[in-house]
Design a protein around this ligand. Sequence first.
Ligand code: SIN
Length: 283
Amino acid sequence: MSTTTRFEIVPVAGALGAEIHGVHLSENLDDTLISDIRQALLDHLVIFFRDQELSPEQHLAFAQRFGELDDHDFVKGLPDYPHILHLVKEADETGINFGGTWHSDVTYQEAPALGSILYALDVPPVGGDTLFANQFLAYETLSDGMKELLDGLMCIHSAKGIFGLDSYADKKFKHMAVEPSEKADEEVEHPVVRTHPESGRKGLFVNRNFSTRFKGMTPEESAPLMNYLFEHSKREAFTCRFRWEKGSIAFWDNRSVMHFALNDYPGYRREMHRVTIAGDRPF
Ligand code: SIN
C-alpha cells in the first residue's frame, strides 16, 4: 500500500492492478489529482475504483481529462451519449459475451485506444469478473532469441472475425447495438512488440480477437508462433482478476494490458458503460 497526498493506492496482484481509495470521480477533480491518477495508471497498468456514482456526463468528463474519446466503428453508443458503449448481457442470454476473449481494445484501428474506463451498473451476485494481463511482463519473460525474432516483426490486425458481415456479431450480442459491416475487412499493421509512448517500456502487442497474421506470411504460416504468443501473453503470473460490485470502475491502459471478461454467470444480468479514450499509432 502507498499513499500519495490525495489518495491511497493498494496493489491487488504482483503483476499489475491497484485499487485507488479516497477519490470520488463524480467531483470536479483538479489537474494535480488527474496527473496523479494518470501516474497510478502508468505504474499499475489497470486501476480500480469502488463505490462510484457517475452520471453519463460525469463518466465522459472524467475520460476526457485523459484524451480525446474514441468512436467505436461497430458498436453504437447510447442514443444521447454516442461515446458511451452499453455492454449488457441479459439474464436469459446464453452463448458468448462481449469481451470474452483475451484482447486489447480496437487494435484494428491505425491508432488503437489509449485506454478504456468501464463502469458497473448491474452485476451478478457472483461471477462476471474481468481478468487483465501485463504485456510488458509477457515480453520481458521471453528468451533473447524470441525477443530478437519478434522485435522486427509486424502483425496484421482486422476486425473481420468479430465485427465482419459474416461474423454474426449482431446475433451473438443480442442486447447490444453491434453493427457488423464490411469496413471490418480493412487491415492495419502494428509492430508485434510495442514501445509504450509514455514509459518507453516494450510490451507484446498481439491479441486473439484482431491479430490475423504476421506481415509477409500466410495465416497458416503465422499460426504456430501466433498461438504461442496468445497463450504466453495470458500466463497466470502476468494477470490480476477484478471482482465487480455495482459502482466499481476499471480503467486500463490498452497499450500495455490485455483483458478478458469471464462468462460464468448464467441466469444473471450484467450491465456496464464503457468510455474509450483514443490513442496513438503504435511504434
Ligand atoms: C470489454 O472488453 O471492454 C468488456 C470487458 C468487461 O465487460 O469486463
